[in-house]
Design a binder for this molecule. Sequence first.
Ligand code: ATP
Length: 267
Amino acid sequence: MIVVKVGGSSGIDYDAVCRDLAGRWKAGERFVLVHGGSGETNRVAEALGHPPKFVTSPSGYTSRFTDRATLEIFEMVYCGKMNKGIVERLQRLGVNAVGLSGLDGRIFEGKHKDSVRSVEGGKVKVLRGDHTGTVEKVNTGLIELLLGAGYLPVLTPPAASYEGVAINVDGDRAAAALAVALKAEALLLLSNVPGLLRAYPDESSLIREIPAGDVEAYLDFAQDRMKKKVLGAAEAVAGGVGRVVFGDARAGEPVSAALAGQGTVVS
Ligand SMILES: Nc1ncnc2c1ncn2[C@@H]1O[C@H](COP(=O)(O)OP(=O)(O)OP(=O)(O)O)[C@@H](O)[C@H]1O
């Protein structure tokens, strides 16, 4: 079992990811696909007159401030356009994919965090009305039911809070929690970069290997949103996932390339 997370930044080739995945699925490998949608969400939010707001916590993590209107736009894009676009691609390739959000069947469940600390102009402000959280529980029963019946699950945030409220969760860390819960042999985090770069955006500075016990030491190389990926990788290997690969989803055969060790391999 391999968990593949494909991001939502510009430049990702979803046709290439789905073609590669479909070929391997038909050859008998088993996957669960998780996806993002941040780039398209930003575009749609601008178009709807509710531009995205990002906050940076005092510890340096960047996240989307998700008020109720933002959550609804987020759902339109992640659960709608992005999820159905991927499911349609897989269906055209002859794979019976089922697209679900973390809310459905409480696939992803966690604690609702209503307020976030944000550094603005050198000062720390507390912003309330945030619909975010972190995945703490995974409904593996539902995923195994689908896999056992021959369906390829295509999953996306949001998650469900313990009270049943939709919460925006980081897709990389949700995929890591899923990989741990399913005891996956590998987690592939595919995005629009060749892997973790030592000197972003210089693509020749690719870090090829990271020892499993040492991942957090590499947080310093990651800026803004890449930090969550590194954190997700650390959580996955600490939870028993054998290998995490940060791979390139812009062209070629992104899944096969990552499984062949191209990108940044954490093991
Ligand atoms: N050291 C680094 N190496 C590689 N990318 C980095 C680094 N530091 C920051 N980045 C940025 O991180 C981005 C990838 O993270 P991001 O969360 O945007 O991608 P995603 O997973 O495709 O999106 P989504 O949130 O929709 O799932 C890259 O596009 C790059 O701009």
